[in-house]
Design a protein around this ligand. Structure first.
Ligand SMILES: Cc1cc2nc3c(=O)[nH]c(=O)nc-3n(C[C@H](O)[C@H](O)[C@H](O)COP(=O)(O)OP(=O)(O)OC[C@H]3O[C@@H](n4cnc5c(N)ncnc54)[C@H](O)[C@@H]3O)c2cc1C
Ligand code: FES
Length: 271
């Protein structure tokens, strides 16, 4: 029987530095591993422990899987010390994917902050792979400084993709930065899509998610069309321990993406 607690081996084949404290880890699973955009997985550093991350790569690429990870504590610090060729553990996938069937024929408005662009990259790549199904894809992304922007090279390429519209901002600019300056909500001053036929997907720090949601509601997005990544602390990831409880939801089972319609009655769902 498949034991959901048993990690499968996955070899680290490449590590890309995105920012001073964010890296993308490319893993080659030694057993079959597939996921849909929005689902998450547990990465195990042998001898240290495991932590949960959402793949940042395209779900259509099966041989390799990428995770973009910010160094914050014990597991991520150990992960940052791992070298290409070493074997890690991979458990999952867990949670529900983005409901792409509900995005068909619509404009999809993605809003990311910091390392929150990681799951949105997976979603963006899934959308552009079948762009004929969607009306248009917008990406609004902000980081603290130009150095903190992830996927710098790709962002330039994505801006030229068919039916895609990108806008970036940084909280604080520098001599190299010619773009917008201000927190993410400042680039939501104009939302060019038809909100009656659009969905929005938001991922970033809790405070950013709170103010972006407020802005999306102000311009007329329906609560059921605002999808929020609720990255609560998890333990079992299979609905048994209750660690990830948010109101009546278990984020590992019902999420990690919930709509504003689902969480709006919960007192400060972004904590
Ligand atoms: C569904 C889901 C998807 C996620 N996807 C991603 C992703 O794609 N990329 C990503 O980077 N993260 C992601 N996360 C967050 C990620 O799981 C956590 O950052 C990770 O668990 C941290 O593990 P850790 O052992 O390194 O940190 P821990 O040691 O568990 O620390 C966790 C927190 O405690 C704080 N902390 C740790 N040590 C100290 C200390 N000495 N003093 C003060 N504070 C301290 C850290 O700042 C951090 O905020 C996701 C989380 C979930 C639930
Ligand atoms: S992490 Fe155990 S119930 Fe969700």
């Amino acid at each position: 029987m498949n034991n959901p607690f048993l990690p499968k081996p996955a070899r680290l084949v490449a590590v890309r530095e995105e920012t001073p404290n964010i890296k993308t880890f490319v893993l080659k699973p030694e057993e079959e591993f597939s996921f849909a955009a929005g689902q998450f997985a547990a990465l195990t550093v042998p001898g240290v422990g495991e932590a949960f991350f959402t793949p940042s790569s395209s779900p259509f690429v099966k041989e390799e899987i990428e995770f973009t990870i910010m160094r914050v504590g014990r597991v991520t610090t150990a992960l940052f010390a791992r070298k290409e060729g070493e074997v890690l553990g991979l458990r999952g996938p867990f949670g529900k994917p983005y409901p792409l069937e509900k995005f068909i024929e619509k404009e999809v408005f993605l809003v990311g902050g910091g390392v929150g662009l990681a799951p949105l990259r997976s979603l963006f790549l899934a959308l552009v792979a079948e762009i004929e199904k969607y009306k248009k894809v917008y990406l609004r992304y902000g980081a603290r400084t130009p150095k903190d922007l992830v996927y710098k090279k790709e962002l330039k390429e994505w801006a030229g993709y068919k039916k895609c519209d990108l806008l970036l901002t940084v909280d604080v600019g520098d001599a190299t930065w010619k773009g917008r300056v201000g927190v993410v909500t400042t680039i939501l001053d104009k939302i060019p899509c038809d909100v009656r036929n659009s969905v929005s997907v938001v991922c970033g720090p809790p405070i950013m998610m709170k103010f972006v949601t407020k802005r999306l509601l102000e311009v007329g997005f329906s609560p059921k069309d605002i999808y929020l990544s609720m990255e609560k602390n998890m333990s079992c990831a299979i609905g048994m321990c209750g660690h990830c409880r948010l109101g009546r939801y278990f984020i590992c089972q019902d999420g990690p993406v919930l709509t504003w319609e689902q969480v709006k009655e919960i007192e400060d769902p972004f904590v």
